[in-house]
Ligand binder design. Structure first.
Ligand SMILES: NC(=O)C1=CN([C@@H]2O[C@H](COP(=O)(O)OP(=O)(O)OC[C@H]3O[C@@H](n4cnc5c(N)ncnc54)[C@H](OP(=O)(O)O)[C@@H]3O)[C@@H](O)[C@H]2O)C=CC1
Ligand SMILES: Nc1nc(=O)c2c([nH]1)NC[C@@H]1CN(c3ccc(C(=O)N[C@@H](CCC(=O)O)C(=O)O)cc3)C=[N+]21
Length: 301
């Protein structure tokens, strides 16, 4: 017998989000310099952090540092965990009126009992660099996007970077949050993908995954998506950020996809860390320049 050999699994292309983000950030610094020269305006981002969550504090500092590195101004407002709704609203309204502030980001989740939806609704839609305001979510849903949420935008830019044609492809978005899943689905629809959205109640998630040419996972469960759920050659974008025990008394960050399994089946895959996360921050900075340009009436390019 002379059985033909099974095709050897080809290792997936690893999508280096960190490198793509770094290149975009470098290009952005040039654009910011040009904008400052033309308008005399320094784009300003205000980041609001309520409470003392250590991970959020590190992340907010990272944003501020990168903001300054590209020549924009960044102001941080760190409020105590016991801040009231009225106090937080008053700060947002002050930032809405502040001509030096072009972008406002209220770090989520907010501690209880603060009303997240009411706070997000209070942000001036023109300064809403997270793209979470109803006005911006609505514009995106109508296919006329203005400020687009940073994480899904970062995922789309990574797909574009790969150079794969999106038109007509079957895309599955696992997760339907306002921050990631829903806007991600809207963006893929605008790219002419055939979009499916899965969530907690979806039946036979494995089968849905196996049909997807493009698989975007934003759930928050480490290793939820197994290697044999992935369509051979599919593009896998792992948004999940989960801190897990590293078995040596410490911890490490992993995504929602069982990476080692998936990397033998997928055509391309984002690592965690170093995939979507850095793109989120790069897009936040780009949104801030875009907001400043729209407010000041100058071109962002
Ligand atoms: N890399 C980055 O830049 C960012 C990473 N993240 C990370 O992405 C992940 C998701 O974040 P976020 O969208 O804010 O999370 P949310 O908790 O807001 O949403 C999670 C979604 O996953 C769905 N879900 C939960 N369990 C299952 C399941 N077993 N099967 C299918 N779907 C399920 C939920 O469904 P239902 O709606 O039915 O409850 C929900 O829609 C987290 O790990 C987060 O840390 C988030 C933002 C940015
Ligand atoms: N208003 C608001 N807007 C947000 O965009 C927002 C938010 N609130 N709350 C929290 C989530 C989470 N999020 C991340 C952004 C970057 C990384 C990131 O840079 N990750 C790196 C480092 C990971 C690590 O080592 O900690 C990486 O994946 O390589 C992660 C997570 C934005 N969020």
């Amino acid at each position: 017998m002379n059985a033909s050999p099974l095709p050897r699994p080809v290792p997936a292309r690893v999508i280096d989000g960190k490198a793509v983000a770094a290149a975009r950030t470098q290009a952005l610094a040039q654009r910011v310099a040009g904008f400052r020269e033309r308008t005399g305006v320094v784009p300003g981002l205000a980041v609001v952090l309520v409470g003392d969550d250590a991970a959020s504090a590190i992340y907010v500092r990272r944003k501020a540092r990168q903001c300054e590195a590209v020549g924009m101004r960044s102001v941080q407002h760190v409020l105590p965990g016991a801040t009231t709704q009225a106090e937080l609203l008053a700060l947002v309204e002050r930032l809405n009126r502040d001509p030096d502030v072009h972008g406002i980001l209220v770090q989520l989740p907010l501690p209880r009992p603060l009303d997240e939806a009411a706070i997000l609704a209070a942000v001036d839609p023109d300064k809403d660099v997270d793209g979470f305001h109803t006005m911006n979510a609505g514009r995106l849903a109508l296919g006329r996007p203005a400020l687009v949420p940073c994480t899904p935008l970062g995922c789309l830019l990574l797909l574009r970077e790969l150079g794969v044609a999106l038109r007509g492809k079957r895309a599955l978005v696992v997760g339907r949050s306002v921050i990631v899943g829903r806007p991600m689905a809207q963006l893929l629809l605008m790219e002419d993908c055939t979009v499916t959205i899965a969530h907690r109640h979806s039946q036979d998630l494995a089968m849905l995954c196996r049909e997807a040419d493009i698989l975007i996972v934003a759930v928050g469960i480490p290793g939820l998506i197994r290697g044999d759920w992935i369509r051979p050659g599919a593009v896998v974008i792992d948004v999940g950020i989960n801190r897990v025990d590293d078995g040596a008394g410490g911890s490490r960050i992993v995504g929602d996809v069982a990476y080692d399994e998936a990397a033998h089946v997928a055509g391309a895959i984002t690592p965690v860390p170093g995939g979507v996360g850095p793109m989120t921050i790069a897009c936040l900075l780009e949104n801030t320049l875009a907001a400043a340009a729209a407010i000041e009436g100058g071109a962002a390019a």
